[in-house]
Design a protein around this ligand. Sequence first.
Ligand code: DGJ
Length: 547
Amino acid sequence: MQGMNLENKKSSFLPFRLAALAVLLSGLGVTAVRAQDDNNSLPHLVVQDGRHALIVDGAPFLILGAQCHNSSGWPAMLPKVWPAIDFLHANTLEIPVYWEQFEPEPDQFDPSVVDTVIQQAREHNVRLVLLWFGTWKNGSSHYLPLWMKSEPDKYPRILGRTGHRVDSPSPHAPATLAADIHAFSALMRHLKAADPQHTVILVQVENEPGSWNTIRDYSPEAQKLFNEPVPVELLKAMGTNAPAVDGNWSEVFGPNADEYFHAWSVARYIGQVAAAGKAEYPLPMYVNAALRDPMTPGPAGTYESGGATDNVLWIWKVAAPAIDVLAPDIYQNDSARYRKVLELYSRPDNALLVPETGSSPEQARMCFAALGRGTIGWSPFGLDYTKYANEPLGAPRVTEDSLAPVALDYKILGPIMREVARLNFEGKLQAVAEEKNEVTQTLDFGNWQAVVSYGVSRNGSPKGNAESIGRALIAKTGENEFLVTGAFCRVDFKPVPGGQRDFLRVEEGGYENGTWHSFYIWNGDETDWGLDFSSAPQVLRVSLGTY
Ligand code: DGJ
């Protein structure tokens, strides 16, 4: 394939200036709230009262995603990707863009693969999250183009404490940073020209950046910076915890110095790559993180260091303001830990986004736990038919059976995706996932309580499902009116002022262009014991009264 130079003159026309202003404002932490925007506006994030929305085509959008395997972002592999995406009813595919492919020779860019992916996504009516496999991929630099790999002194890896080379790129290498900025800017510039309809809605900058097997870089260049005063911006972010006098990293951070220094260095680097990309085309951008244990983390060095782990989110926010979201890759099987991660990453200054997670039946229900925390997107990893077995993180074989639990989430949520995203942004929605030993969950809606129970039949008492796979979503759409859906659970309501609940009307239906259409009315067995959801995707509009 003939390389193509995408370098072209930067235009100084008004939209570019407005885009630059938007980058500047987002860098200052200023986010305008425009939940309903004009249809052609750029995808962007909004925040209001600590809740977040990803605005796509002028309205809140919920990513019901699937990430393909690492080596599936090639035209030869796409025929094995789309059938899985279609079967899942996913509305978004997360797919890598490989630096080694995009810039096969210095300054020669090949956008053909990206163009093919975009074209096919449109044919499948699916949005894209592009994953820039650039300087970092899982802490290493294996996606650097060959011409960079052949010059390891110019594009170096870091040194461990004892002076040995570690298989992780240096965040202190000006040539690597310049090259990444150059390539990523070319990608964003190309997207701006090639994607006026915003098939690409979000960009991940690098992949699980940081380093394994060392806490930081101990090269002479890194050591010099480590011995210099901690940057003023970081001290400011510490507020009253900042020391009275400036000090170097060890003096200010004591035993955390190595870890914090690496987080700062990696975040600073990636923040510059993202800012340069946004100057070309300001799509929202995020960084995904390999997590530390959210409950019993253990010492630094036992998890990937330098990435956006929960203890250094504050450093990342200061060092990389062009990164909109710090996003956890959640592979925890233990639901208490899964929930803790959701809690740690959903903050007024950080929209919750789960760009990678497992897809087992029990993990599939955690989509609803994430919704309960206001997530803007949820996306299991490795969901394509390329035959790569991602054990133990994923299923031994990806088949329709192994995809079914996630497909159920998306069959339920897909048709109401816009309403769910909007109601969540407005703070009217609650969603829950079943928990072992918690067979009933009660949700407070002011004048009504919603009661979700699991493993219940007719007038029996709840026993929980054999596997914890229940999930429910309830949104208050009027004083006595609710949107209700779920799977493997029963939903009922209790009037808080007292009296007995009366189902005035229970309609199964769906939305079309924001307008509710009723298919038919539930009554008799379907409502006498409560509203029972099985494995069928059903959405109800419920009007309540009392007697
Ligand atoms: C997390 C990474 O971000 C993914 O690219 C992939 O390597 C998975 N781990 C493991 O399959």
